[in-house]
Design a protein around this ligand. Structure first.
Ligand code: CA
Length: 220
């Protein structure tokens, strides 16, 4: 899951980025609304974390522009404690949820997961497919009742593929989902993760669609 964070406070930005990376998200961070537009156009993001109090152009203006342009990306707004009016305006302008500063990083992670879950139309917190159960909150994986040890990237890759079983994701798309900016990505990183996952899940769990990418079949 790849997130874009728009936050001008360096301390909050750094701690949010670090906290969410620890939870297995790829996080890119920009410090103003002017940089967020091009980043959103260029990148493939699953969720936007948006501070409202930004220099020059406000987060609220950015949000209104995004929604006016038809962008459906889930938006979680970060606001100051006393700014009740901002929170109301934020929600009415198309935000999906908000958090009041200072917030707890565990709560932020839980809200992000809830929004992503809703986005994919899933109501259960766990992802079930065949004999596999993934819990994005605890990062636990079980295969036919047995605990399965997965790296953070292997876990994220599986979650990405299981969002839409039957749909093919290209290697480039998967790389975008797994790695934020400034991360050195080995050219065969995705293949290596897929190889390791097949070793753990069985060779037919993830299919290669030659020349296109990877997919998990709808019915295993
Ligand atoms: Ca701010």
């Amino acid at each position: 899951m790849r997130l874009l964070l728009v936050e001008d406070d360096p301390m909050i930005g750094e701690s949010v980025r670090r906290g969410l990376r620890r939870e297995g998200f790829a996080v890119d961070w920009v410090a103003d609304a002017e940089s967020a537009g091009p980043a959103l156009e260029a990148g493939t993001y699953d969720l936007l974390l948006l501070d409202l109090g930004l220099p020059r152009k406000s987060g609220l203006d950015l949000l209104r522009e995004l929604r006016a342009g038809g962008a459906g990306i889930p938006v979680l707004v970060l606001t100051a404690r006393d700014a009740v009016g901002d929170r109301v305006l934020g929600l009415d302008s198309g935000a999906d949820d908000y958090l009041v500063k200072p917030f707890d990083l565990d709560e932020l992670g839980a809200r992000v997961r809830a929004l992503l879950r809703r986005q994919t139309g899933r109501v259960q917190p766990e992802i079930h497919h065949g004999g596999l159960v993934l819990n994005p909150a605890t990062h636990q994986a079980r295969l036919r009742g047995q605990d399965l040890v997965l790296s953070a990237r292997e876990f994220a890759l599986l979650v990405a593929l299981l969002e839409r079983p039957g749909a093919v994701l290209s290697r480039a798309r998967l790389e975008e989902r797994l790695y934020g900016w400034g991360k050195e990505v080995e050219s065969n990183a995705v293949e290596v993760h897929v190889h390791n996952l097949r070793r753990k899940l069985g060779t037919s769990f993830i299919r290669t669609v030659r020349g296109v990418g990877y997919m998990v079949p709808k019915s295993p």
